[in-house]
Write a protein that binds this ligand. Structure first.
Ligand SMILES: Cc1cc2nc3c(=O)[nH]c(=O)nc-3n(C[C@H](O)[C@H](O)[C@H](O)COP(=O)(O)O)c2cc1C
Length: 183
């Protein structure tokens, strides 16, 4: 699949078929994560792949009631939880080197996008899930104190396509030479 086609065609998928994700496909998606760029190649990400229906159900309880991805958490055959080791990205010799502090959100975000695009190119659906009780998720999954859960995605074959939310026009977010200066 051509890259721009994948970037523009990927949609958040919230309805899944029960069909399992083949192992080869799973490995390809982990390669997509593996080859993502990261701060000084620190690769702070870690992935927990959840197949166990009991764990998926328990994890679904960390999403607030209004989160439209709740049912996807149990419907999809797999849920991938992207975690990150703290204090690595954005740091040198244990000290953060920019005002942004830990860059783990950034690196994990890139890895998630690589994963979602690769999944889409292989016919699979994803939806980034960020609105949930992270502390509760960490407890359920036994995540140690030096690691944090960042985001998750159900993974499986789409039962229905996603709608296409409108995007801003390019002219609304691009400036030239100075902030606010339009072309
Ligand atoms: C950081 C982040 C967090 C998100 N959290 C949720 C979420 O908790 N629940 C949900 O249903 N969708 C979530 N989404 C999906 C967005 O709603 C979706 O990407 C956006 O509406 C654009 O739609 P599209 O992905 O189909 O292009 C999240 C997306 C991102 C990037």
């Amino acid at each position: 699949m051509e890259l721009m086609e994948a970037i523009k065609g990927r949609r958040s998928i919230r309805k899944y078929k029960p069909d399992p994700v083949p192992e080869g496909v799973f490995s390809t998606l982990m390669e997509a994560v593996r080859w993502s760029p990261s701060w000084a190649n620190t690769q702070c990400w870690e992935v927990i792949a959840i197949k166990d229906p009991t764990v998926k159900s328990e994890l679904a309880t960390v999403l607030p009631k209004g989160n439209p991805a709740i049912s996807s958490m149990t419907e999809a055959p797999l849920v991938l939880v992207l975690c990150a080791k703290k204090g690595i990205s954005g740091s040198y010799k244990g000290q953060t080197v920019t005002v942004k502090g830990d860059w783990l959100m950034f690196d994990t975000g890139i890895a998630m996008q690589s994963l979602c695009l690769a999944a889409y190119s292989l016919g699979l659906g994803t939806v980034v899930v960020g609105m949930f009780d992270h502390k509760k998720a960490e407890k359920i999954l036994g995540v140690p104190g030096d690691v944090e859960v960042v985001a998750m995605t159900p993974l499986g074959y789409p039962a229905t396509g996603g709608s296409t939310p409108k995007r801003k026009d390019i002219s609304e977010f691009v400036f030239f030479d100075r902030y606010g200066k339009r072309g």
